[in-house]
Design a protein. Structure first.
Length: 509
């Protein structure tokens, strides 16, 4: 194996390109031929191999605009693909290198190919983003299928920030006109290229990738677009499982966000389990293996089964560990205990988010030691004069007023968080006064995106996911952060009351 065969398959829809990726893998595995294919995509949202679309994509927005959603073979996060991008897929027999090493090698090769074509100030931001002059120019994702490496990459020739931020559920930028302008400044594009310049750039990238993979010879071919078995992808193709899922939870790791959904039988044993995440794992079916091994397990049997699985198999988790999976599984079982103790529905128990920096406290420990309840201003009525202020008149006309009353009767302090900066200030003040833990309410999208603020405060928290019209579903994050969100979220008052009454404090006389 000393040469890389490369070519260009042109503009195709995202589903066709996934079929071509699969065919590449088969050819590389069967004939031991490393292949590099350049192409363009029509407008498409591409999920990472292990992601749950419900957490990654605004499905309703994509449906309204007829943007298909597909699933890549490679791991990592969701990408928004569209014409006028340079996309490529690389397949080759994998050497004994880690996922992190492959990401480094491929990203550095792309940077070197750009540099050799005359582009300056090119670098990659670990783990997988390509930057030019401090702005994002593209990205790389990798995956492992048995002994075959597949890498997908994209370089931007044009920008469609407006659609990208609206199609992806948890974008990293804010969704106002000012926020979109800010996001646009975060990205950059290749200059306008003639057909000859574009071909030269692709050849430079192919040469650099070949050399980085110890393939000194290049062979360019005309790509045969055999997609006779392709399909028209639609939003219903990505149903993860037909059966009902009883409990769901997530945990945030350095390598990405892990999501879990579980169903327990009458003996509190796992009857079904589904693991997802915007992560990189090896082997490709590792999550499915874990699900199979844990089927029928009681909580106390999970650790031994997991230890046996990881001992008997070769595996790799990029920037997270089996312990993170154990934390997720423990939280799923904990939700069952919450549902049983509070006499609430499994769906209500699944709305709990446990923030435990040290990993030593469960939900009941956190609630018992809490001295404060934080409520979001967006749960107050829009007509309320207290909506954008910390405090409440307890007029009895909204759930927030009821929360204030219940918490104060329990001896807890209540604070209305009026914007993101106020949250940071409030958490700092709680830490300084010696608060051991606190209760709070926010949507899970906010917690996922701003988890660093909770982590920085270094205090355990039991958070209740709020329902209704939240700013992420309505694409008004920036308004919410600044305290100007105009819709109303809702609190499950019955659940909130039961949680607050777990706090062991002296009632206010």
């Amino acid at each position: 194996m000393n040469k890389l065969t490369w070519g260009d398959s042109g503009l195709r829809n995202g589903a066709d390109n996934i079929v071509l990726d699969s065919q590449q893998i088969i050819v590389t595995r069967t004939d031991h031929v490393p292949l590099l294919r350049f192409y363009e995509n029509t407008q498409t949202v591409a999920l990472g191999a292990y992601e749950d679309k419900n957490f990654a994509v605004r499905t309703a927005y994509c449906q309204t605009r007829s943007i298909p959603i597909i699933r890549r073979i490679t791991g990592g996060g969701t990408s928004y693909l569209y014409p006028k991008q340079i996309s490529w897929s690389l397949t080759l027999p994998a050497q004994r290198l880690s996922i992190e090493q492959w990401l480094d090698i491929i990203c550095m090769a792309v940077c070197r190919g750009l540099y050799n074509s005359g582009y300056e100030d090119i670098n990659f931001n670990s783990p997988n983003d390509i930057y030019a002059h401090g702005q994002k120019l593209g990205n790389v994702h990798v995956g492992m299928l048995d002994n075959i490496l597949i890498a997908n990459g994209t370089l931007y020739r044009s920008l469609d920030i407006n659609t990208m931020l609206r199609a992806l559920r948890v974008p990293k930028e804010k969704l106002t006109l000012a926020g979109i302008r800010t996001a646009t400044c975060h990205f950059t594009t290749l200059p306008s290229l003639s057909d000859a310049d574009l071909l030269q750039l692709k050849e430079s990238l192919a040469q650099s990738i070949a050399l980085s993979c110890n393939l000194p010879t290049l062979m360019q071919v005309s790509w045969v677009n055999n997609t006779s078995q392709t399909y028209v992808c639609n939003h219903n193709d990505l149903t993860e499982n037909a059966h009902e899922i009883t409990y769901s939870s997530f945990t945030i790791t350095p390598g990405g966000i892990l999501h879990g959904r579980i169903q327990l039988d009458a003996n509190i044993r796992i009857s079904s389990l589904h693991l997802t995440g915007n992560v990189y794992i090896r082997p490709h079916n590792l999550f499915r293996k874990i699900e199979s091994v844990l089927r029928g397990a009681a909580e106390g049997e999970i650790m031994q089964r997991m230890d046996n699985l990881f001992y008997e198999n070769q595996w790799e988790l990029y920037r997270f560990t089996p312990q993170h999976i154990m934390v997720l599984l423990r939280r799923l079982f904990e939700q069952h205990r919450i549902a049983a103790k509070l006499s609430i529905a499994p769906s209500a128990a699944s709305s709990f988010m446990i923030h435990d920096p040290d990993g030593t406290m469960d939900a009941f420990d956190i609630a018992a030691k809490a001295d404060t309840v934080l409520v979001p201003y967006c749960a107050k009525p829009t007509w309320c004069k207290w909506r954008h202020n910390d405090g409440c008149s307890q007029c009895g006309k909204c759930d927030v007023g009821q929360v204030y009353q219940i918490a104060r009767q329990q001896g807890l302090q209540v604070t209305t968080v009026t914007n993101f900066e106020h949250l940071e200030i409030t958490l700092k003040a709680l830490k300084e006064r010696g608060t051991k833990s606190y209760l709070g309410m926010c949507c899970n999208n906010f917690y996922i995106k701003r988890e660093y603020a909770f982590r920085s405060a270094n205090m355990p928290a039991l958070l209740l996911d709020i329902a209704g019209a939240n700013c992420y579903d309505l694409m008004q994050e920036q308004s919410a952060y600044s305290g100007e969100f105009s819709a109303e979220s809702s609190i499950d008052l019955g659940v909130a009351e039961k949680v607050i009454k777990l706090a062991r404090r002296e009632p206010v006389q």
